[in-house]
Design a protein around this ligand. Structure first.
Ligand code: GCB
Length: 612
């Protein structure tokens, strides 16, 4: 213990604070022994990062004797003569989880640093246990401090991370200070330019996770994609005593009870025959109770087993062709303003998708919270998950690539046991240039190396075939790397009027399943008029009618995810009265009212489902 403490001190004061590494992520945070740190946190708005840098612009947390003005110290005057120019305890509070923009009017457009502080007491359930501070997400760059010591840094706004606090935690008066900075960056993932609100803050759950002194850090338990009568995977232990450890893997309903032994790295692999599996599908979302037991821990999960692969132009779920009746979704709460984070938020969004007739959702344009995936598993909704590589990022920058890869690694680490997830999407509407091609090829290779049980895709763009504006094609070298060819198209909205759909023919030459990952039109709920008047419900309705008719003529199409389920906030959308800061392409308005086009798509999906 003392040795670890010393190491931490060295790391903290040598100026090299650690960046969170995804191989430290505790998977299945949902079923562990946890203490929630949700609730009210004190906060300080710090646009000049005055609590982080001294007047020479040197970070306080890299100095041996940081000045008491450093916010991470949570300093208090010890005598009346002490000069300390901040006091968390006298500040206002923000709710965690939750973005700051939707909680305080003064923070609506804010992009910069906010400091959070929470104090708490803690008693271990067992003395020799370990403790981790876990963040489900924090947007965008996060510096974490615990009882005045730096734990590390995390970059990326939508994936989980954790730091160990075993040797720092006390029974009384612990304090966590977190610096969250949501400044957009050219070299960031995403970059400066997006079409969604840049919600900042501790946007998802924060908790303490208590583990054994040796603990299950990670596991991957899925059907072998090469053999659907076999469950295959690995378990990774970390901690004090990882070598030659016994792990019991049981799936009682399948009468699986396998004793595994770890190697010198705490790693155990397995291949277990599983003959009578009820396969998970959209129609029968069957989940098995899976139990992992070590001498110190018992960890449960609910896992579905299925295969997903492509054959020619078909997508096969458990070797049966499946058509993806989908919709795109942003992670915004339909119940309050702001980022969605709760199970109730996720439930409302997915129930609407079900009501629409969906068996599939595209979670755009970044990883959504874990509730979405857990519920999709239970409700039988297939899922596309997406890395926030969006539009034109800094393709040539090696640290940008590393950042994209880290975020994808964290997403795969979190969700690789969710049967509902069938597609990892690398990117959205990226330009066809050599630097981007190298970037995405590398990313796709990485994703495949991490997870062979899912399909790779990306939302690509369509273009004119041989300069003929009435024939469209997908001409993009990245199309060769994907398992599913997906593209966005806005014929009838950014490209002519809806009746143009009937003039277009398609020449898609790749022998792959094709998804239309986006199409759509903006409409203000309650604005009625003729079908050629923009922003009316009739215009949007007609666009759906025309597009669906066009799509029926494209043989390779195996699914669609129109843009989008609900209106969402975007600073790009400034047209008064109509937009007022909202992208209006939702089939449902931001106050939960269905527009006419909702029923067109519902009807289409009903017919599709019946014809399958
Ligand atoms: C797109 C983008 C999406 C936008 C949408 C729009 O192609 O992928 O993020 O929000 O168009 O509404 O313009």
């Amino acid at each position: 213990m003392f040795r670890k403490y010393l190491l931490l001190l060295i790391v903290t004061f040598s100026g090299v604070s650690s960046i969170f590494a995804q191989d430290q992520l505790l998977v299945n945070a949902y079923n562990r022994t946890t203490t929630s740190l949700n609730g009210n946190w004190k906060y300080i708005i710090d646009p000049y990062e005055n609590g982080y840098y001294n007047y020479r612009y040197e970070p306080f947390d890299q100095q041996e004797h940081p000045w008491a003005s450093a916010f991470f110290l949570n300093s208090k005057p010890k005598s009346p003569s002490d000069l300390i120019e901040y006091d968390f305890d006298q500040m206002d509070e923000l709710n965690v989880p939750g973005d700051w923009n939707s909680q305080k009017a003064e923070l609506l457009y804010y992009e910069g640093t906010v400091w959070y502080k929470k104090s708490f007491d803690y008693t271990f359930t067992k003395k020799e246990h370990r403790l981790f501070l876990y963040f489900e997400a924090s947007n965008y760059k996060t510096e974490v401090y615990f009882n005045g010591k730096k734990l590390g840094t995390h970059i990326g706004g939508f994936t989980p991370f954790n730091f160990e606090v075993t040797d720092l935690v006390k029974e009384k008066d612990n304090f966590v200070v977190v610096k969250v900075d949501n400044k957009r960056l050219k070299e960031g993932i995403p970059t400066l330019n997006t079409d969604w609100w840049n919600y900042g803050g501790l946007t998802r759950d924060v908790k303490l996770i208590e583990t054994g002194s040796t603990f299950i850090q990670d596991y991957f338990i899925q059907l072998n994609p090469e053999n659907n009568q076999q469950i295959k995977g690995y378990i990774q232990l970390k901690g004090d005593d990882i070598e030659q450890q016994k792990i019991q893997l049981s799936i009682p309903e399948l009468k699986i009870n396998r004793r595994l032994k770890t190697d010198e790295k705490g790693f155990a692999t397995f291949e277990i025959p599983a003959k009578k599996v009820q396969y998970w599908s959209d129609e029968n979302p069957y989940l098995y109770q899976v139990i992992l037991e070590t001498k110190e821990e018992k960890l449960k999960d609910q896992i579905g087993f299925r295969t997903i692969r492509t054959k020619g132009t078909q997508i096969l779920l458990n070797d049966t062709p499946v058509y993806l009746r989908g919709i795109s979704i942003h992670e915004e709460s339909p119940l309050r303003d702001g980022r969605g984070y709760s199970e109730a938020d996720a439930k409302q969004l997915l129930e609407w998708a079900k009501e629409l007739g969906c068996n599939y959702v595209r979670l755009a344009h970044y990883p959504h919270n874990e509730h979405m995936l857990r519920l999709a598993d239970q409700m039988g909704i297939l899922v596309w998950e997406e890395n926030p590589v969006y539009w034109t990022i800094d393709w040539e920058n090696p640290s940008t690539y590393q950042n994209a890869e880290n975020q994808l690694a964290e997403l795969i680490a979190r969700d690789k046991n969710r049967a509902s997830v069938i597609i990892w999407s690398m990117a959205n509407e990226t330009p066809n240039i050599p630097a981007r091609n190298n970037f995405l090829n590398k990313l796709a290779q990485f994703a495949k190396s991490k997870d062979a049980t899912r399909l790779i895709s990306a939302a690509l763009e369509q273009k004119n075939y041989k300069d003929n504006p009435l024939i469209r094609t997908i001409d993009d070298p990245f199309a060769d790397q994907v398992d599913i060819l997906s593209f966005n198209e806005y014929i009838g909205w950014y490209d002519g009027l809806p009746d143009k759909c009937q003039k277009i023919t398609w020449k898609i030459e790749q022998n792959k399943p094709v998804l239309i990952s986006e199409f759509g039109a903006g409409a203000k709920k309650g604005l009625y008029g003729d079908k050629n008047t923009r922003w009316t419900e009739e215009f949007q309705e007609d666009l759906y009618v025309q597009t669906l008719k066009m799509i029926d003529g494209i043989a390779k199409i195996q699914g669609i995810s129109p843009w989008i389920l609900v209106d969402f906030k975007s600073p790009r959308r400034v047209l008064p009265v109509i937009q007022d800061g909202w992208n209006r392409k939702g089939l449902i308005s931001n106050d939960g009212q269905k527009k006419k086009a909702f029923y067109i798509l519902q009807d289409y999906f009903k017919k599709k489902a019946n014809s399958e």
